[in-house]
Every structure is written in structure tokens, then in C-alpha cells.
Design a protein around this ligand. Structure first.
Ligand code: GLA
Length: 390
């Protein structure tokens, strides 16, 4: 018997089998800050994300380690008393996921170890947190035979982030990580959770992700403020309009009734939410027709709206977007994700990818002292169990 066979015999006899899972990050093509406003989003899952290895324990301990943050060591918790603790740091995401499953009545009847490793740049706005949540969710689902439908795991991951971690996010990131499909973007109606996979038939055009390497600081507090501002604007519109969310409004309805929103800043926030939702619908329709020029133009409009009306861009991202717009063959470019830093996403003719990189490498470090990183995105599949490797 060779070493490999002996090792798997050991696992079989002592039930030390390790299960291997993966959950992707996401890039949002268009539809920013529309999810919690009951609008549409148009993200795709990426081929990179968070890998997670599960191994059963005989007691009630949970032990977690991240190879990305080895200095945090092994973080331990008691399966029966999971609570949020600041010093648990990144481990609050998986622990919150486990706690949320328990809150929903799912029984995890023994402890375990989880080892994480992610290849998503941290703080880049490509949903490393959602991918940790979903990797944990699919691991628990499989290891404890919970048989929870994937879309329910997605909802519970959002609940983890909202209630346990304290980030009042919408459902886009968790949905993209949990429901992604290779070579497709997802048009998701965040009001109903109806969704449609749209083929990324780009023919000679690439999706380029440009990481500003400006970490998105203050994102939680600013994000939660934006959400409140939109909720208040909606309340004022509801004095006259029978709508449940800003996502239900057409541009005409908004323009006719925007005077009901008394605060000017809140009027701008609501304007973004309404217009961005319409842009998302137009962009996905354009993609279906193969009209990438229109898609790109809508991306540019999205950036301007996030910069001026929603104020979630950052000077670094404005420089990247503006530089990209000046390069022939770049069809569109915009900040992507929660904002205040992170990444831009651009739709670029293949022959213009190098000129785009050259232009950004020329302008960006000089203006900001930072260096940008580039990734050519390919849309990948959902959070899942991978082949057994151990
Ligand atoms: C973050 C949130 C999402 C979404 C985006 C902005 O990524 O987690 O729910 O609101 O910001 O579009």
C-alpha cells in the first residue's frame, strides 16, 4: 500500500476525512447600491475566491485559521456559545455564519476545524467577506447533511453580515458568490430574488478589474449612512406614492415627485438609486443584444452618478476611471463594489488592454503614490464542494 492509500485508510478508520470547499468573490458589472434599495444588480462570480478545508472534531470546539492572516493564529470558539467578539477579527464572518445556521434551528452536533485561504485581494471590494461566509455555509451544509437549498444559504449569509458582523449590506455579494455561473452574469431583482443568467458573450472584449490598492476604509459606517438616507428619502416619497422601495420607481415618476424629498443630499442619493436601477436593466438588455458600446456608456454614467450623487467613489478611483475613459478601445469603466476605494471594472477591447494598463501605470502612481493591479476577469461557478484532495 502506498503512502497516499495509507493516509486515506487512516482517514477512513479514524474519520479524519477532510472536506474541501470553495466560494468565489464577485465583480459587479453595473447596479451599485441598488440591492438594498429594491433594485437590480448585475454581478458575476469570479474564478478566484476563498478555499476552505473542513475536518471534524470529537468535542464541541471550533478552531479556525486563515493562511492569509497567519499572525492571528488559531481562533477558538465553543460551538454552543458563539458570540461576536472584536478580537475574533476575520473569524467573526464564519462564526456568524455558524451561529446564524444554529439560530435557524440547524443542529451541528460536533466541533470542527476550518482552514481558510483566499486569493481575492483583501479590502478590494471583490467580496472576500461574502466568499468566506459562503465557503463556511456550503461546508456546514455538506458536513452536517443539512440539505439547505443554496439560495437559503445565501440569505443566511446576508443575515450573518447584517446581524452578527453589523454591516447592513444588501444581498448582492452573497447571491453572486452562492449562485454564480461560469461565463454568465446574473441579473438579479433584489426585491423578489428572481434572477436570470445572461451569457457573457463578449467576443474580443475583456472584463478588466483594476485594483486601486486604496483599501476601502470607513466603508461600514458610510455604507450604513447611505442606506439610512435612502430609507428616509423613500419615506417622504411614500407620502404620495404607494411604493415599497426606490427600485419600483421609473425615472419619470422620480422626476415628478422628487420635490417631496426635503433634504438635498437625500434627493441625490435617491436619484442615484432610481437611475442606476434603470441603467442596470438597460445594460443587461444591451448585453443580450451584443451592444457592448451601450453597455460601456452606461458603466461610465454609473461611475459619474456614484461620484457626484451617491458620493461613494474616491479620488483614486476617479483617476482610474477618467484615465480609462481616455484610452481608445475602452468601452466603459466604473468603480465597482461598496465604494470608498477598492476596484474599478472596465469593458475593454482585447487590443486595448495593454494600452489601458500602460496609461494607468503612467498616470496613477504619479498622481497617488499607489500602484494599480490588473486582473482579467472570467466568470466562475458558485460556492461548492470541490473534489476531495486529502
Ligand atoms: C457592498 C454590499 C452590497 C452592495 C454593494 C454596493 O458590496 O455588500 O450589498 O450594496 O456594496 O452595490
Amino acid at each position: 500500500m502506498n503512502q497516499q492509500a495509507l493516509r486515506s485508510k487512516f482517514n477512513e478508520v479514524f474519520q479524519k476525512e477532510k472536506l474541501y470547499f470553495f466560494a468565489p468573490g464577485r465583480v459587479n458589472l453595473i447596479g451599485e447600491h441598488t440591492d438594498y434599495n429594491g433594485g437590480h444588480v448585475f454581478p458575476c462570480a469570479l474564478s478566484f475566491g476563498t478555499h476552505c478545508v473542513f475536518c471534524k472534531r470529537d468535542d464541541d470546539k471550533i478552531r479556525l485559521h486563515s493562511l492569509n492572516l497567519p499572525e492571528k493564529g488559531v481562533i477558538e470558539a465553543d460551538l454552543n456559545h458563539i458570540e461576536y467578539k472584536k478580537e475574533q477579527d476575520w473569524a467573526n464572518y464564519p462564526l456568524g455564519m455558524i451561529k446564524t445556521l444554529q439560530n435557524h434551528g440547524y443542529k451541528l452536533d460536533h466541533g470542527f476545524e476550518l482552514l481558510f485561504w483566499g486569493d481575492i485581494p483583501n479590502g478590494a471590494g471583490l467580496s472576500s467577506s461574502a466568499s468566506i461566509e459562503l465557503a463556511t455555509a456550503v461546508a456546514m451544509n455538506k458536513a452536517f447533511n443539512l440539505h439547505i437549498p443554496q439560495v437559503e444559504l445565501v440569505k443566511m449569509a446576508q443575515e450573518d453580515e447584517n446581524k452578527f458582523v453589523g454591516m447592513n449590506c444588501g444581498i448582492m455579494d452573497q447571491f453572486a458568490s452562492g449562485m454564480g455561473k461560469e461565463d454568465h452574469a446574473i441579473l438579479l431583482d433584489c426585491n423578489t430574488l428572481d434572477y436570470e443568467y445572461v451569457p457573457l458573450n463578449l467576443r474580443g472584449v475583456s472584463i478588466v478589474i483594476i485594483n486601486s490598492n486604496k483599501k476601502h476604509a470607513l466603508v461600514t459606517s458610510e455604507y450604513n449612512t447611505r442606506r439610512k438616507e435612502c430609507e428616509h428619502a423613500l419615506k417622504e416619497l411614500q407620502q404620495k406614492l404607494p411604493v415599497k422601495s426606490l427600485g419600483e420607481l421609473s425615472i419619470e415618476q422620480f422626476e415628478q415627485n422628487k420635490h417631496l424629498i426635503t433634504n438635498e443630499t437625500e434627493r441625490c442619493r435617491a436619484k442615484h438609486a432610481v437611475y442606476e436601477n434603470q441603467r442596470t436593466l438597460q445594460a443587461s438588455a444591451a448585453l443580450k443584444k451584443g451592444d457592448l458600446a451601450t453597455f460601456g456608456k452606461l458603466m461610465n454614467e454609473s461611475h459619474v452618478s456614484l461620484r457626484d450623487d451617491y458620493e461613494t467613489s474616491a479620488p483614486e478611483l476617479d483617476i482610474i476611471a477618467e484615465t480609462a475613459w481616455s484610452v481608445p478601445g475602452v468601452l466603459g469603466a466604473r468603480i465597482t463594489g461598496g465604494g470608498f476605494g477598492g476596484c474599478a471594472v472596465a469593458l475593454v477591447k482585447d487590443e486595448a488592454v495593454k494600452p489601458l494598463m500602460d496609461a494607468i501605470n503612467r498616470v496613477y502612481p504619479q498622481k497617488t503614490g499607489l500602484k494599480a493591479d490588473f486582473y482579467i476577469a472570467s466568470a466562475g461557478g458558485p460556492a461548492r464542494q470541490m473534489e476531495k484532495r486529502y
